[in-house]
Design a protein around this ligand. Structure first.
Ligand code: DCP
Ligand code: MG
Length: 371
């Protein structure tokens, strides 16, 4: 039996801002772009969330809902630094750490539990260490599978701690809404709700034949998850879902020629890294951050796998060219390649794949994603 922790920092960007600027402690903090520039909320402190502010909301709406909110521009390098500190602490506890983004990871703590430690004690110790060393608060879920651990970490936020005992998985999941299951996005949830299936328990009760009809290849996987029995291991290497290179500029760039140069440099860097890692990918991704911090990604899938500069550069440039508008300038440009040769394309549900692809090397999630 496995014992898995899912750990996710509370209001990550906002918490780092409060840590670095004590004047912000206890205040509603809105991290993101300025409202007058059509900025978006990256995250909000819990003090702001009581006003109904959340990630990806237009800053204008956020300020309307929370007029006392203090707007802070994101400082991605600082978040990356703090993320590194936290991940290092995770790795002191176990070598089996799978980061999912800058502020969350799965930890396999089976060895510690088998050596006699109680899962609750391991989790409490981890929370205390993260706070003592980094000053950040982490919410933790503990269970015998990833599904239960991940849902658990989110249930009791902020400063959450949920431990689900072996044998209690199905009972724990049963009353929760189906959209809490990894891989069940809004569209699938809507379809299930139409069929009268609102909770994970109601989903788990369906016969296997129904799952096969509804989810095809994913049937047993979704069913196992709904029952809290999924057997997914913590993968240390899953971070290499994509290889990318990005730069933030001191002055926002807008000229076609300078943009072309950047794309070329990024493409060369990525091709080089791919070659070193012995990987070839089919999907070329472009990440853009505008002057107002709006961040989004565009991608194109090539007819073949590659690690060569030229096709990556051409694809990335075509994506960027489509985004050029008079007066539009770019604060950050990233070029990435994903969808590697040896990956089984059917392994992950599409929604999950898109989520993972949206993670660039800095682990940041796009503030806004459109296709
Ligand atoms: N983020 C972003 N845009 C989004 C969602 C998140 O830029 N649409 C960034 C800001 C968050 C960080 O990623 O601080 C981590 O995302 P989480 O979903 O874990 O959100 P938080 O850590 O801010 O809050 P919590 O986990 O307490 O809900
Ligand atoms: Mg978080």
């Amino acid at each position: 039996m496995r014992h898995i922790i899912h750990a996710d920092l509370d209001a990550f960007y906002a918490a780092v801002e409060q840590l670095d600027n004590p004047q912000l402690v206890g205040k509603p903090v809105l991290v993101g772009g300025r409202p007058e520039n059509r900025g978006v909320v990256a995250t909000a402190s819990y003090e702001a969330r009581v006003f109904g502010v959340h990630s990806a909301m237009p800053m204008k709406t956020a300020v309307y809902r929370c007029p006392k909110g203090i707007i802070v521009s994101p400082r991605f390098n600082r978040y990356k630094e703090k993320s590194g500190e936290v991940m290092n602490l995770f790795r002191e506890l176990t070598g089996l750490v799978e980061p999912l983004s800058m502020d969350e990871a799965y930890l396999d703590i089976t060895a510690a539990v088998e050596a006699g430690q109680r899962p609750l004690a391991v989790a409490l110790d981890l929370k205390a260490r993260v706070f003592a060393v980094t000053g950040l608060v982490v919410s933790v879920g503990v269970g015998t599978c990833k599904t239960v651990a991940k849902i658990g970490s989110d249930l009791d936020k902020p400063d959450g701690l949920v431990v689900v005992q072996p044998g209690d998985e199905a009972e724990f999941l049963a009353p929760l809404a189906v959209n809490k299951l990894w891989g069940i996005g809004p569209k699938t949830a809507e379809r299930l709700n139409k069929d009268g299936i609102e909770t994970i328990g109601e989903l788990a009760d369906q016969p296997l034949a129904w799952f096969a009809k509804m989810f095809g290849k994913r049937a047993t996987n979704v069913r196992d998850k709904a029952m809290g029995l999924d057997d997914d291991a913590v993968h240390i290497h899953s971070a290499t879902k994509s290889i990318s290179s990005e730069s933030t500029f001191a002055n926002d760039l807008g000229g076609e020629e300078e943009l072309r140069d950047v794309v070329e440099r990024k493409a060369v860097g990525v091709a080089h890294q791919l070659e070193k890692a012995n990987l070839k990918g089919r999907t070329v991704k472009l990440k853009l951050r505008l002057a107002d911090f709006t961040t989004f990604a565009r991608q194109v899938t090539l007819p073949y796998h590659t690690d060569a500069e030229e096709p990556i550069k051409e694809a990335a440039w075509a994506l960027l060219e489509a985004e050029l508008e008079p007066g539009r300038t770019f604060r950050l440009i990233g070029v990435g390649v994903a969808n590697f040769e040896d990956e089984s394309e059917d392994e992950l549900p599409t929604e999950e794949k898109e989520r993972q692809l949206s993670l660039f090397t800095d682990g940041s999630l796009p503030v806004e994603v459109t296709d």
